[in-house]
Ligand binder design. Structure first.
Ligand code: MRU
Length: 361
């Protein structure tokens, strides 16, 4: 995507893949800063500290982490160690394990001498594939939006609500939930996006709003609890979110609060779509609520807020009384029955085992 006229991806090779560039997402929207990762440990830190985040980008960064590891130690032990360190960075997004399994399957049969170059090529291919998948999701999602807009009569503003950030910053490029929104806007459809702020880390307020602002897509940031109100008042025509892990039955694990939006959408007959690429499907999990590990993050993300003061300084402020504990589950699971459809690179299907099998035989 373009930022101030320059085309960016969220991750790119430098020095022929001996280093990797990323956008430090912890600085947005206040500053657009890039960083250079030169070791597997730095890639692991970038994922766990959320300098990069979003399921597909976590996977892409892990793939490059393996490539950086192979430049230092391409032995079997080096490969195993890279896998073990990187897979432990964040527990919920399945793209992480998918990318690591893909890298391992391709590198393990090779000799150590062949691995560094092969690892760079495979990491680059995973990134290119992610871009292609997301663009296809965008095209398929655009048709869903067109059709819902036509059902609405084809006049007036079409209001889409999204939660968290499933835009280009969460992937290598395009995004998943935001790809159809970009395509609809570029096609001239009168889109307006309700952006859930997405406490506690504010990926909506900080990242989705920044993306939409940069692209000129009309949007409004709302507190996480406002979506139901707007649905009751007919001001949400559709919800589109991303996912960190989709089960074989079509349950969707995404940023905490997604489930409540799905319940509100169900109660108000608002179509609720989830956009995902194939690598986000975990075919080994059947019951999302019982089986998907939910990341529990630091209490400090709940008790404090991060932002810019009037005089431009970046700072934390505490919002809870001393002594009040906080809990911070980072994701929740939306059961398939609350989902209108899954928008994938292969087409749109019902959120069900049959629907997914129909596309991914
Ligand atoms: O904790 P994050 O910021 O990594 O969570 C991101 C999300 O929940 C996204 O909605 C999800 O990864 C889909 S990204 C295309």
């Amino acid at each position: 995507m373009r930022v101030n006229g320059t085309a960016w991806r969220t991750i790119w090779p430098e020095d022929d893949g001996r280093a990797v560039g990323i956008i430090d997402q912890t600085r947005l929207p206040h500053a657009f800063e890039t960083l250079r990762l030169t070791s597997m440990e730095a890639a692991a830190h970038a994922i766990s500290a959320m300098l990069v985040r979003g399921a597909p980008l976590i996977g892409a960064t892990a793939a490059w982490g393996v490539a950086l590891a192979m430049a230092e130690d391409a032995s079997d032990t080096g490969l195993e160690r890279a896998y073990a360190v990187l897979v432990a960075t964040r527990p919920t997004a399945i793209n992480l394990r998918w990318a690591l399994d893909t890298m391992k399957a391709r590198l393990a049969p090779l000799s150590p001498a062949e691995r560094p170059a092969a690892a760079r090529a495979h990491a680059a291919a995973i990134c290119d594939e992610d871009v292609a998948l997301n663009e296809a999701i965008g095209s398929n999602g655009l048709e869903v939006i067109r059709s819902l807009y036509a059902t609405k009569g084809g006049t007036g503003t079409f209001n889409i609500l999204t939660h968290c950030n499933a835009g280009w910053l969460a992937t290598v490029d395009w995004g998943t939930a935001l790809a159809p929104i970009y395509k609809a806007h570029d096609a001239g459809l009168p889109i307006h996006v309700w952006v859930d702020e997405t406490r506690p880390r504010n990926q909506g307020a900080s990242l989705t709003a920044w993306e939409l602002n940069s692209h000129g897509v009309p949007h409004t940031v709302i507190v996480d609890n406002a979506g139901g109100h707007y649905m009751q008042h007919g001001q949400v025509d559709m919800v589109i979110v991303g996912t960190d892990r989709t089960t074989a039955q079509g349950d969707v694990c995404n940023k905490i609060g997604t489930y409540l939006k799905a319940l509100a959408a169900h109660d108000n007959n608002v179509p609720f779509y989830v956009a995902l690429p194939g690598p986000t499907i975990d075919w080994t999990v059947n019951d999302g609520v019982k089986e998907i590990p939910i990341e529990e993050r630091s209490q400090a993300e709940v008790t404090r807020l991060w932002g810019r003061t009037e005089d431009g300084a970046l700072t934390w402020v505490t919002v809870t009384p001393k002594g009040s504990p906080a809990a911070n589950p980072a994701f929740d699971v939306t059961p398939a029955r609350l989902i209108t459809g899954l928008i994938t690179e292969r087409g749109v299907c019902p959120a069900s085992a049959e629907g997914l099998r129909g596309l991914y035989a």
